[in-house]
Design a protein around this ligand. Structure first.
Ligand SMILES: Nc1ncnc2c1ncn2[C@@H]1O[C@H](COP(=O)(O)OP(=O)(O)O)[C@@H](O)[C@H]1O
Ligand SMILES: [Mg+2]
Length: 265
């Protein structure tokens, strides 16, 4: 049932890395997980070992009538994956324009996915404000905002406090509990990074759900196209990731209802 959107005002902060590895970590903790890529960069699949040459995806072909269930790609991790699909710039812009006039291209499949009470859906959003986030935020049980643990991340905190970042102020005003943050790339050898992490943790309080260390193991796992918990299970970042998954599960527990078996028709 729950939808978790992973977003950020900034690009290159680790949204895709976190979506993939959090999906894998939650799967390992026993959740049934579907990870959906809403960024035309189509990079989420790379973390799951999908070959570069594989071009199939969901959102790229949603306007052509592709059903989301038919686009599901099983992965070795056990996470069900909906890649965006490989697109050129014109197709990506056409999809964004289509969502302006036909929001149901995205909201109808999402509602369908969320009808399964035991399924946890993680959505990897494009950077900054996007039509996808505008459409999905009202359906989301949690919007997890990724910030870098440096001056660029700290500089975004006033925007988050004001509720105007990502244009989500109106949505999150009445229900700020749905907005959580995660710090990425905490460099434990850097005095600046540690001080920024401490200051942001103090300021954000319970809104901060967790933090992930900056480590070569994270980028190396992507290079190996494997989840971090498989490629480097003893790394500091892996430990952080497990804690983050536990924190997510505490906020979004498995519903008490009987499980619905499978998601295939
Ligand atoms: N905790 C981390 N430690 C080291 N490298 C990281 C970490 N998180 C992300 N990266 C690297 O940073 C880059 C950007 O990450 P990515 O997930 O693609 O960001 P986004 O989706 O926000 O654009 C990638 O090369 C990724 O491997
Ligand atoms: Mg990304």
């Amino acid at each position: 049932m729950p939808l978790l959107c992973i977003a950020s005002p900034k690009g290159g902060v680790g949204k895709t890395t976190l979506t993939a590895n959090l999906a894998d970590a939650l799967r390992r903790q026993g959740r049934r997980v579907l990870a959906i890529d809403l960024d035309p960069q189509n990079a989420l699949r790379l973390h799951f070992g999908v070959p570069l040459a594989e071009r199939e995806g969901f959102l790229a072909r949603a306007a052509g009538g592709l059903h989301w269930r038919d686009a599901i790609r099983p992965t070795a991790s056990g996470v069900a994956l909906l890649p965006y699909g490989t697109v050129g710039m014109a197709d990506a812009l056409a999809m964004a324009a289509a969502l302006e006039h036909r929001p149901e291209l995205l909201t109808a499949p999402l509602r369908d996915m969320l009808a399964d009470p035991a399924l946890l859906v993680l959505a990897d959003l494009p950077p900054g404000p996007s039509r996808s986030l505008e459409l999905l935020a009202p359906l989301a049980a949690m919007v997890l905002v990724v910030l870098l643990t440096d001056a660029s991340g700290a500089a975004l905190v006033p925007e988050i406090d004001s509720g105007r970042f990502l244009g989500l102020g109106a949505l999150y005003g009445p229900d700020p509990d749905r907005l959580r943050l995660v710090l990425n790339q905490v460099d434990h050898r850097s005095r600046l990074s540690c001080r920024v992490a401490e200051a942001m943790a103090r300021h954000l309080g319970p809104r901060l759900l967790g933090a992930l260390a900056r480590e070569d193991a994270v980028a190396e796992a992507l290079a190996a196209q494997r989840p971090l918990l498989e490629a480097a299970p003893a790394s500091r970042a892996a430990l952080d990731l497990r804690e983050l998954a536990t924190a997510v599960s505490a906020v979004l527990p498995v519903p008490a209802e009987p499980l619905v078996a499978g998601w295939t028709r």
